[in-house]
Design a protein around this ligand. Structure first.
Ligand code: AMP
Length: 207
């Protein structure tokens, strides 16, 4: 867990590769639903564009369907994001007999978040994220990894960022105490480069 652009997606992918665990992002699930024009996608589209969270029941249903097919371990990226979602997840995992091992909180200062969000592009083909001015020169460039088209996310705007931060503070930040009370929370300073952050994540997971 962590605020927008705290590196959840990037770290989830790195964890997935290193530890051979399947990673699922509820944000990516919703973007796929939107692209496919499903009922859930249409219902979520306006909310995500504005930077608001989608209703708990909708998101928990998506995760429930995904979890039903899982046998081994997994990484959840961007879920849960509210206390009711965390309670629903706890109940789901208790039913399956697979409680959470750990919750990583990516702690990133606001200036870093805003710089990342306003300068990031993603590849429509391979899904990798790049920083304009660092790995690519402009959003018109092609993906350095696969040559695919790069686009900005519809919610990576100044207005949506403001709303996403408000939603985060009001609804997601309380999960820090929720998971601290359960002895599951690992706070990781995540303002640095992905490899540096992943070093700390891997140390924690290997312990
Ligand atoms: P992300 O890709 O994780 O930044 O998520 C993008 C957007 O999808 C968020 O701003 C929310 O609108 C929506 N979203 C993703 N995950 C959740 C969740 N667990 N609960 C509610 N809304 C979510």
């Amino acid at each position: 867990m962590g605020p927008p652009a705290s590196g959840k997606g990037t770290q989830a992918e790195m964890i997935s590769t290193r530890f051979d665990l399947e990673a699922v992002s509820t944000g990516a699930m919703l973007r796929r639903e939107q692209e496919a024009g499903t009922e859930i996608g249409q219902a979520a589209s306006e909310l995500t564009r504005k930077g608001e969270l989608v209703p708990d029941a909708m998101i928990t249903e998506l995760v429930k369907i995904w979890l039903a097919e899982k046998e081994g371990g997994f990484v959840l990226d961007g879920y849960p994001r509210t206390v009711p979602q965390a309670e629903a997840l706890e109940a789901l995992l208790a039913e399956n007999g697979t409680p959470l091992d750990t919750v990583i909180f990516f702690d990133v200062p606001f200036e870093v978040i805003s710089d990342r969000i306003l300068n990031r592009v993603g590849c429509t083909a391979c899904g990798r994220i790049f920083k304009i001015g660092l790995q690519v020169q402009s959003e018109e460039a092609v993906c350095p990894a696969c040559g695919g088209e790069l686009i900005r996310r519809a919610d990576d705007t100044v207005e949506a960022l403001k709303r996403r931060m408000e939603e985060y503070q009001a609804k997601t930040a309380p999960l820090i105490a929720f998971y601290e009370q359960r002895g599951l929370l690992q706070r990781i300073a995540a303002g640095g480069q992905p490899e540096e952050v992943f070093g700390k994540v891997a140390d924690h997971l290997e312990r």
